[in-house]
Design a protein around this ligand. Structure first.
Ligand code: NIG
Ligand code: FE
Length: 410
């Protein structure tokens, strides 16, 4: 049995019993921190924590790995509830095209964007996709990510979508952190279905979903609801089919335009609605009183130079906010959540405490992991972050671009 004692912790963050599964509105500024603390883990499960003055109760442990965290903070691992970590190739050529003046939407309309990634992924072997994604996840773990949602959506054929989901299944078994799989067959219309949208919707519903259900390949179902992509009605049809196969909706909405997708997704019981760079009053009303987590992706806004999601407006309406990376080769080639934390503070005017709640408690909720992740609570099996020596917690988002996560422990 692996027993780990982390001692002399300068601040043990987000620790406590009976912490809420969601923090919303004003509660998002609450963040418990225990000073001069210890934390004990047994096989990755939190078994005890407290002030250094009290830690003798477990001093009789044998075979104990002791980590001295003098001057360092310990946090529950970041929960990244929205990523596209499985992909074939990076897309620097589109990055340069955008520098020269083309927009993300213009590049997509020329056959670039998601279709570019799909062409490359269709040609790549399952093994190579798996090895590349595993290496990416190792890097994400070094940045402090301890739970990861991964979407399909760069396949866009029956065979290639299933290939992606099988890769995610293998990652679940071997990556060493909790992973949730989301089926995003409805990421874009393949060129051969450009004039036959219903044909592709039928392919998703009749050819992809039955295999996904039979092989247990996904937890969630996603649709990119956006102009030039899937309409609200197309989204509703696909989500309803997914729900009938046991998948919960988690959707891409309101990235470039407001189509009414939030209201529909909420009606269908979505666990989260993600992007929200654009928001109107009706969207806010639809979210009130729902169980749906609004999730914003500031690194995508940064990279594409589009508006940032209005987290303050959501919180002022007593709603919760989760933050995620959206790690993908087209709109967000970084999965570093410390950078997301900085952007949330600098560009979205979230306080460091609000943003950390969005990356831990609310992120865990947005991927169905509230029971195990998001807080330092006895019985939870969450990895924890040990920081480098830092003066205070706000120093992490303040020092944007620095790597202040020393290691992830689990
Ligand atoms: O969340 N917006 C849709 N999907 C991704 C980007 C996909 C891509 O460009 O490859 C996103 O930003
Ligand atoms: Fe995305």
């Amino acid at each position: 049995m692996a027993k780990i004692l982390i001692k002399n912790i300068k601040g043990l963050v987000q620790c406590g019993e009976e912490l809420p599964a969601i923090r919303k509105g004003k509660e998002m500024s609450e963040l418990p921190i225990l000073e001069n603390a210890f934390l004990a883990l047994e096989d990755g499960v939190i078994v005890a924590y407290g002030s250094m003055d009290e830690w003798e109760g477990i001093s009789d442990w044998t075979d104990l790995e002791v980590i001295d965290a003098d001057g360092c903070f310990v946090l529950p691992a970041f929960c990244d509830s929205h990523t596209h970590t499985v992909f074939a190739k990076s897309r620097e050529e589109e990055f340069v095209d955008r520098i020269k003046g083309l927009s993300y939407e213009e590049i997509a309309l020329k056959g670039g964007g998601i279709l570019n990634s799909a062409r490359k992924l269709q040609e790549m072997s399952e093994e190579d996709l798996y090895q590349d994604a595993l290496a990416r996840i190792d890097r994400l773990k070094s940045y402090g990510t301890g739970a990861l949602e991964i979407k399909s959506g760069y396949g866009l054929t029956v065979e290639a979508e299933l290939k992606m989901l099988r890769v995610i299944k293998r990652l679940k078994e071997n990556a060493g952190i909790a992973i949730k799989a989301t089926f995003l067959g409805a990421h874009a219309f393949p060129p051969e279905y450009k004039e036959d949208h219903q044909g592709y919707v039928d392919l998703i519903i009749n050819e992809m979903l039955p295999v996904i259900e039979k092989e247990g390949l996904a937890d969630y179902i996603d649709v990119f609801c956006e102009r030039n992509y899937f309409s609200v009605d197309e989204m509703a049809e696909i989500l309803a089919a997914g729900i009938s196969r046991g998948l919960t909706p988690k959707v891409h909405v309101n990235q470039f335009s407001v189509l009414g997708g939030i209201e529909k997704a909420v009606q269908l019981g979505a666990l989260s609605v993600d992007h929200l760079e654009e928001l109107d009053d009706k969207d806010i009303e639809a979210l009130k009183g729902s169980k749906t987590m609004p999730t914003v992706l500031p690194s995508c806004s940064h990279f594409l130079s589009i508006p940032y999601g209005d987290a303050r407006r959501l919180m002022q309406n007593d709603l919760p906010v989760a933050l995620a990376s959206d790690f993908n080769p087209g709109s967000t080639p970084s999965g570093n959540l410390s950078f997301v934390w900085s952007l949330a503070c600098i560009k979205m005017k979230m306080t460091p405490e609000e943003a950390l709640n969005a990356l831990t408690i609310n992120g865990a909720y947005a991927m169905g992991l509230s029971d195990t992740h998001g807080t330092i609570t006895v019985g939870k099996k969450t990895p924890v972050i040990i920081t480098k020596p830092i003066p205070n917690l706000a120093y992490i988002p303040y020092s944007f671009g620095d790597q202040l996560v020393d290691r992830l422990v689990n």
